[in-house]
Design a binder for this molecule. Sequence first.
Ligand SMILES: [Zn+2]
Ligand SMILES: [Zn+2]
Length: 346
Amino acid sequence: MKIKAAVLEKPHVLGIKEVDMPRPGAGEVLVKVKAVGICGSDVHYYVDGRIGDYIVEKPIILGHETSGEIAEVGAGVTHLKKGDRVALEPGIPCGSCQQCKGGTYNLCAEVRFHATPPYDGTFAEYVVHPAQFAFKLPEHISFAEGAMIEPLSVGIHATRQGGVGLGSRVLITGAGPIGLVTLLACKAAGAGVIAVVEGKQNRADMAYKLGATQVISTFDSDKIVAETKRLSDNYGFDTAIECSGAGPAAQTAVRALKRGGTLVFVGLFSALEVPMDLNAITQKELTFKGVFRYKNTYPTAIDLLASGRIDVKPLITVRFPWDKVKDAMDCAHKDAANQIKVMTEW
Ligand SMILES: [Zn+2]
Ligand SMILES: [Zn+2]
């Protein structure tokens, strides 16, 4: 039996093709896909055919922010049944390496991650997925919200890495989709001050709408540092979460942090070498932490959505039917300045 899938042949060449219907093996589920969000990484593969060392060398199916409905369960699957609505965690770790056994399965070197070459993603009518990475959605959570759990997971992991809790003063640099989900997670964690640095007006407006206590619209490091001092009785902030990938933002974060503060790196930098005041890091006893995807975030995200403590719906700025995925991808690419999340639906 054949199904339809959106296959990227090479940059900008993306069309609906017939592919084989996948079959669920033991421990797997067959999922009828219902919503897939378009991520910046999908757009990079679509436009450039690569992200760093990950290169599209053969046709690939993109998409990794996925929700759907269980169509069939494989042998041994007991916690899900046909008709259940699920969100899919897209990274499938090996389960047996040092990282997996140590609990940091997001750092597994053998991970198979949807839509990261050479592994296919989910722009298809059906996909097969390990049942243990399919998480049941409550009835009142829409499929589109379910797909948003993937980017939200990055924000939850960044919030955890930054030790953000009740009353924390947090600086978020960059209010793109990841900066905004990080803002939502920090707010849910109880942060007291959430100042967001963002130059684009529509994103600054969205940051306010989602609960930023301050939006700083200048990139002038002195002014940002002065504002963070003003907001923290001159101490500086507890945590800075860098979501812009801009070197100057990281430099500013070092200055804006209090002694003993934590700088969390989420954005990938286009310039790999960024000058840093290393003595400030030493003398202020700063902690630096990276964020690579996420781990153990899906149940948390589902609880936060189900209870209404996080609402991701405002982030979905435009929707396309899934068979118009090329139009959706062009929109995410060319209208990036105006869109936050482009969602495709079945
Ligand atoms: Zn993504
Ligand atoms: Zn592993």
